[in-house]
Design a protein around this ligand. Structure first.
Ligand code: PLP
Length: 384
């Protein structure tokens, strides 16, 4: 299997996989070896160059990091700004809109990641009406119901591309089409897809996309991203901006901001430099491998988990159809929380989510033998 061998070539770049069975890349992707080199480079630059580092690369590091990420998301270069996390990026998007007129609805699924709810809930104070679309099935977005909720009163539709609790891949294209037909904007939360499921956010005409680097991108914490479609980037005016969003920041002009072009106009203040050094390592590797080969490998490994889970009679809270499934498998067993704790004690690193079960997430550095080992441990613990 040339392809498998090819991807496993990357294993030696991820030290942790030699110490445990690491199946948790939907939560915290393994750290690449070169991350330490880049972080050392950051320290050496700060130590050796001091303030000169700003004009020797640090000031542009957000744009350059976003450009490594761009092909992974399927967007053009110079369309991504870097922020601390998804919430900050969503806050900047929300600050581009007003909510005091008749178009004031924010339509979201009840299956969204909680912080997406928390952030937009806060905009009620500015007149936003929050519409939660319930799903009768906890695994799947109820697409028709969701589309029906989007109307000419809708201003924003935040939607995860891959749902965090079930790994269901949502039909963002259909949602974008409906939203655009009624004049609404879509914010795709790409977090659970980026780096494991191919995306064509530009081709899909997503207005905004947000995400972070902790998971499948193996980029570590502190490197959230915000994509804005070039066609609307110059039209919208974020309220949540800082001096880095000014077209000429070193003029230190006071009063209203004179916005820079895309992507800096969505910037806040001083860039999160060390996090961007660390994110670069994971982005480079994912971009070099390409998301398509990662996806093929991921589907083979998640299928292997599913086959063994079904043979053991476990409940699967994740789509069985490859086209509907992201990079994780969520399976439920009696006392799943205790079982998850025991798996971790045995160095099989997975996680547990209430109401869903045990989440397992193989990435391109995992082997079939690791899946078999994890499933054997699971069967042993469940049988106890
Ligand atoms: C789909 C999704 N969105 C958002 C988040 C939270 O992102 P952040 O901590 O960067 O705000 C997560 C974290 O697990 C997630 O899975």
């Amino acid at each position: 299997m040339a392809m498998t061998d090819d991807l496993l070539r990357w294993r030696s770049e991820f030290p942790i996989v030699e110490t445990c069975t690491y199946l948790v890349s939907h939560s915290l992707g393994a750290m690449p070896r070169r991350t330490a080199t880049y972080l050392q480079e950051f320290a050496d630059t700060w130590s050796g160059r001091g303030v000169r580092a700003w004009y020797e690369g640090w000031w542009d590091i957000g744009r350059e990091t976003g450009n490594i990420l761009a092909p992974i998301l399927g967007v053009a270069p110079n369309t991504i700004s870097m922020h601390q996390n998804v919430t900050v990026a969503q806050g900047i998007v929300a600050s581009c809109f007003t909510f005091d007129g008749p178009r004031n609805r924010i339509v979201m699924s009840d299956l969204e990641f909680p912080s997406n709810h928390y952030l937009f809930e806060g905009f009620r104070r500015y007149g936003a009406e929050i519409v939660y679309v319930p799903s009768s099935d906890p695994v799947r977005l109820d697409l028709q119901r969701f589309l029906d909720a989007i109307d000419e009163h809708t201003v924003l539709v935040p939607l995860s591309f891959v749902l965090f609790k079930s790994a269901f891949v949502t039909d963002v294209r259909a949602v974008i089409e409906k939203a655009h037909a009624v004049g609404a904007h879509v914010v795709v939360d790409a977090y659970q897809g980026a780096g494991t499921v191919p995306m064509d956010l530009a081709g899909w005409e997503a207005d905004f996309a947000v995400g972070g680097s902790v998971k499948w991108l193996c980029g570590g914490p502190g490197a959230g991203y915000l994509y804005v479609r070039p066609e609307i980037a110059e039209r919208v005016r974020p309220a949540l901006v800082g001096w880095a969003a000014h077209e000429s920041p070193f003029e230190f002009a006071t009063g209203p901001v004179r916005p820079a072009g895309n992507p800096e106009r969505f910037q806040s203040g001083t860039p999160n430099v060390p996090s961007l050094y660390s994110a670069r390592a994971g982005y480079e590797i994912v971009a070099e491998i390409g998301v398509e080969p990662i996806r093929r490998r991921s589907l083979a490994l998640t299928r292997r988990i599913i086959d063994q889970a079904q043979a053991a009679g476990y409940r699967l809270n994740t789509p069985l159809d490859d086209r509907e499934r992201g990079g994780s498998v969520i399976l439920d067993v009696p006392n799943a929380k205790d079982v998850a704790d025991e798996l971790i004690r045995r160095d099989v690193i997975i996680d547990y989510r209430p109401g869903a079960g045990i989440r397992m997430a193989p990435h391109f550095y995992n082997t079939e033998a690791e899946i078999d080992h994890a499933m054997k441990m699971l069967r042993e613990i469940v049988a106890c």
